[in-house]
Design a binder for this molecule. Structure first.
Ligand code: NAP
Length: 336
């Protein structure tokens, strides 16, 4: 088969194809004309069936059953691929899952090296970057910055530990195996879901929309649109000169601003206006650089648009009922 100019179609693999970011990456690659192999753990599970509906999927998407802990299953899928996008990882703060994130990444790097792929793109996280209490507020967070592993452990931030160790291991092993590895580093990722089930980052938005979150923390957060994350994976894959880490951060806002944007766009929902911390001054935003991806051509989606479409997607997929159908908040007696 051939695409424009008679060039053969290129085959790439996405691990964790059925997840939030994985699904958008599969969609982006299919639209770009790639043959895509997607790994999923359970082909029978309806939660992955949306992949079959993507444009080009019938002709160019093949789904494979593979667990990142099963090295042989990865070897089989990666064999014959020009590139691999290692997206799959447990997204949880469960300390038991650190091993899965790290060993799974080792398996992916080894299997990709054995298959002689041209490039492996690894999805890291801002959790591997921003957890460092000793960094001054004036520091511009960029691709040189790392979290403090001991601090992550002391504060029970097991997800950050997992992503940090997995990234370090991936870089080390790729170097040893002579494999070209490029890393994308997103913060909390929002935007419309392609998959039917909730993932952790979109669930965070839902907790505010439903009013289950009664107060917001005095903290700042990095945010990015899922379509920008998918696009950045493609950009770093396709650009021959790409190397190292790429921050994929759309913006950094205080939670107050985050809930403010949601309330302004969806005033009918019971979004909290209360901060958990009523004593200290509001935490200041940190400075960051997302220039490296801009230089590759990435244009970041305005975060208000992403949040609007996140909520619309939550409504369309039945996770968020219309505001008037939400359970009423408990009435506060007039005497209080
Ligand atoms: N969303 C964010 O805010 C965000 C931010 C920064 C980085 N990331 C990173 O982006 C990646 C995708 O995250 P996401 O938000 O798209 O989460 P997600 O929707 O939960 O996707 C995670 C994917 O990993 C797969 N997976 C988990 N354990 C696996 C295993 N043992 N073997 C094979 N596959 C396994 C899951 O498959 P099952 O469906 O079978 O469980 C799922 O497809 C992760 O590496 C995450 O750390 C996410």
């Amino acid at each position: 088969m051939s695409v424009d100019g008679g060039l053969p179609r290129r085959t790439v693999c996405v691990t964790g194809a059925g997840g939030f970011i994985g699904s958008w990456l599969v969609k982006t690659l299919l639209l770009k004309g790639y043959n895509v192999r997607g790994t999923i753990r359970d082909p029978e599970d309806r939660k992955n069936w949306h992949l079959k509906e993507l444009e080009g999927a019938a002709e160019r998407l093949k789904l494979y059953k593979a667990d990142v802990m099963d090295y042989e299953s990865l070897c089989l899928v990666f064999s014959g691929c020009e590139g691999v996008f290692h997206v799959a990882s447990p997204v949880t703060n469960d300390p038991e899952k650190v091993r899965v994130a790290v060993e799974g990444t080792k398996n992916a790097v080894n299997a990709a090296a054995n298959a002689d792929v041209r490039r492996l793109v690894f999805t890291s996280s801002i959790g591997a970057v921003h957890m460092n209490p000793n960094r001054s507020l004036d520091t511009v967070l960029n691709e040189e910055c790392w979290s403090d592993l001991d601090y992550c452990k002391k504060t029970n931030n097991w997800y950050c530990c997992a992503k940090m160790v997995a990234e370090i291991v991936a870089v080390d092993m790729a170097k040893k195996r002579g494999l070209d590895l490029v890393v994308v580093v997103p913060p909390l990722t929002v935007g419309p879901m392609l998959q039917p089930n909730l993932n952790v980052s979109v669930f965070r938005v839902l907790t505010y929309m439903r009013g289950t979150k009664k107060a917001y923390p005095n903290a700042v957060m990095g945010l990015v649109d899922v379509r920008d994350v998918a696009q950045s994976h493609l950009l770093v894959y396709e650009n021959p000169a790409a190397s190292g880490r790429y921050f994929c951060i759309g913006t950094v806002v205080h939670r107050k601003e985050f809930v403010g944007m949601l309330s302004e766009m969806f005033p009918e929902y019971p979004i909290t206006t209360k901060c958990e911390d009523e004593i200290n001054p509001m935490v200041k935003s940190y400075k960051f650089s997302n220039q490296k991806l801009k230089d590759l051509g990435l244009e970041y989606t305005p975060i208000k648009k992403s949040l609007y479409e996140t909520v619309k997607s939550l409504q369309e997929k039945g996770h968020l009922p219309p505001a008037h159908m939400l359970p009423m908040p408990p009435r506060i007696p007039a005497s209080l």
